[in-house]
Write a protein that binds this ligand. Structure first.
Ligand SMILES: [Zn+2]
Ligand SMILES: [Zn+2]
Length: 236
């Protein structure tokens, strides 16, 4: 055990040499995940809908009785809750963009620290919302998997890749809510192993929640006992 810990320490120090602590958005050395100037641009997610987490208009929020947002009242999402520590914007949006599109996979580790600011899920395992194999080949890595590994560490839960993306989908960007849902129907399949488990799904950003909802539906269809969603950021 002691040898293992010593080896882990050596690896951690080697990682510090390769990637010294630096801001995930602007590379300023010394602080992570963000330098003071970039940290100033982070907007903690205000309280809101107990189901999907959509920020509520504070003026309309009845103080002690949180109510579901109109969308969740019209149709309850298949997941029990979706939470993110920050709104998507500023330095966090820049850092996520670098992680996803600029090959900066080493940023998953410092960004994973942000999950500590999230309400911990009631779950038995953490699973990423995976990319389709064709996009994984293009990109070479799956940022949701890297973030899920960090979240599993933060939440002290096992990391289980329980979902497969069984068909490629169009980029969700530019599609309205209805088209997003249609674009994703049947996009995921869950492993039989999900049966009986409470699963915490991890992704980088929650936009309309359509992707997370489709992943949750696949898990529930495979017999999962419940699904919660955690992301680094959510659309304001
Ligand atoms: Zn910075
Ligand atoms: Zn809601």
């Amino acid at each position: 055990m002691r040898l293992l810990r010593a080896a882990t320490d050596v690896l951690a120090r080697a990682a510090d040499l390769l990637w010294p602590p630096a801001c995930a958005a602007c590379d300023a050395l010394g602080e992570e995940p963000f330098c003071a100037a970039c940290a100033d641009t982070l907007l903690p997610t205000p309280s809101g809908c107990p189901a999907c987490g959509a920020p509520a208009d504070e003026a309309l929020l009845p103080a002690l009785r949180p109510r579901r947002c109109p969308a969740c009242r019209a149709q309850a999402p298949p997941y029990a809750s979706a939470r993110a520590p920050y709104l998507h914007g500023g330095a966090l949006a820049e850092a996520i963009h670098r992680l996803k599109y600029e090959g900066r996979l080493e940023l998953a580790r410092p960004l994973g620290v942000l999950f500590a600011g999230c309400e911990p899920p009631r779950a038995d395992a953490v699973a990423p919302l995976p990319l389709h194999a064709s996009r994984l080949r293009e990109r070479g890595y799956d940022q949701a998997f890297l973030l899920a590994a960090q979240a599993a560490h933060r939440f002290a839960l096992p990391l289980l890749p329980l979902l497969r993306r069984v068909r490629p989908t169009r980029q969700q960007v530019g599609l309205d809510r209805k088209r997003r849902a249609h674009n994703l129907t049947g996009a995921f399949r869950a492993l039989p192993r999900a049966s009986g488990l409470r699963v915490c799904l991890i992704d980088d950003v929650l936009t309309t929640g359509a992707t997370a909802a489709e992943g949750a539906r696949a898990l529930l269809a495979a017999g999962a006992a419940g699904v919660e969603v955690r992301t680094l950021a959510r659309a304001p």
